[in-house]
Design a protein around this ligand. Structure first.
Ligand code: SAH
Length: 345
């Protein structure tokens, strides 16, 4: 049995074999083809779309890799009002979006009351849509309140599962254990949960990536989002290189074989590092795309990293551009709410 057959059959590999697989390009074409097969078995050629609304770039945290970190004085900060958010949803709904993802920095202005008010308003207007929050680490009670107000999915990448590596990416005030606890709390409350990590973040080793995969096995999230680390000049990591595109694709494929059920986005970061990044991500096992529904006036301001794609296009343009890209890659956008398929073949 080849290493790829073993990975596919067992949905797992011992650490040494995973290390070998991640560190060579030798298997890539076989790996991507197998990942695509597994994805087609479970999800056919469906690609789910999630409409991303980046509603605030204020953040109280100071993650060393992120362009909207509190310490960056050179970013114009913005917040969308509830009405603006609702009009993004309305535009998205008309374009066929049935999942709205509200993402932002950890912005104290958006108290639990304000988040609940926004979530309830969206829920009232779109009873059959999925509402996803991606607003960082909160206490369990807050997560419960958002859930009760109508949110049903939550994205919180663990970023790195290794303590020492986590310390090199975040200031002392942040704790990996708290982030992990948040993820388990979200699951217990009943959210569909997305987690993930950056590929090629500063100081990352292959052993760190394996810890990430092991942590995901423990968590068993519904969605797994990964993308290459991309540098931003206004951060302490300005002098680090971008993550590797081929390694990111390889990890997308490995994730598909380890987590056949998972929703795996071909992320904006993947599309930013390579002109065909998202298409190649889909061909390596990804099955979700998350185009931007934010007002064009603020898009450039939500700059987690540099050269982010799609910051000049209206939502409708993004939607039709993606439609074509997905079709050219050999798949089909579906507008269904797109729940995870845990019990497949
Ligand atoms: N405040 C929210 C949302 C964070 S932004 C939270 O804490 O979950 C969403 C994701 O963008 C992050 O989880 C991180 O993995 C990614 N990201 C941030 N900076 C990045 C960079 N420089 N390059 C690539 N991805 C980055």
């Amino acid at each position: 049995m080849t290493i790829i057959e073993e990975l596919r059959a067992n949905r797992d590999l011992p650490d040494e074999k995973l290390t070998a697989l991640l560190e060579t390009e030798e298997w890539d074409s076989v790996l991507f083809a197998e990942a695509d097969e597994v994805r087609r078995e479970r999800y056919g050629d469906a690609v789910y779309i999630r409409g991303l609304i980046e509603f605030t770039n204020y953040c109280k945290n100071n993650c060393y890799y992120c362009g909207i970190r509190a310490g960056n004085q050179n970013v114009r900060r913005y917040r969308l009002t509830k009405e603006e958010i609702l009009s993004c949803c309305a535009e998205g709904y008309a374009l066929g979006f049935r999942t709205f993802v509200l993402q932002g920095g950890e912005d104290p202005y958006f108290t639990d009351d304000r988040i609940c008010e926004i979530v309830s308003a969206i829920r009232a207007q779109y009873p059959a849509c999925a509402i996803t929050l991606s607003i960082g680490e909160k206490e369990r009670e807050s997560y419960q309140r958002y859930f009760d107000a109508g949110a049903n999915r939550y994205l919180l990448r663990h970023e790195t599962a290794d303590e020492a590596h986590y310390r090199r990416l975040h200031p002392e005030s942040m704790r990996l254990q708290h982030r992990k606890d948040c993820l388990f709390a979200l699951k217990e409350i009943g959210y569909q949960v997305g987690s993930g990590f950056m590929v090629g973040s500063p100081y990352q080793t292959t052993a760190n990536l394996i810890s990430d995969l092991r942590f995901l096995q423990q968590l068993s999230p519904d969605m797994i989002g990964i993308g290459p680390y991309l540098t931003h000049a206004e951060t302490p990591f300005a002098h680090f290189e971008n993550g590797s595109f081929p390694l990111t694709l390889r990890l997308v494929a490995v994730l598909r074989l380890m987590f056949p059920y998972a929703l795996i986005p071909a992320t904006t970061a993947l599309g930013t590092i390579h002109p065909q990044g998202r298409e190649l991500g889909l061909k390596a096992g990804a099955n979700v795309v998350m185009p931007n529904l934010s007002p064009v006036s603020v898009r450039k301001l939500y700059a987690l990293y540099e050269n982010k794609i799609c910051t000049g296009d209206e939502s409708a343009q993004c939607r039709s551009c993606l439609e074509q890209r997905v079709r050219q890659a050999g798949y089909r956008i579906v507008t269904a709410v797109g729940d995870v398929k845990r019990n497949g073949v």
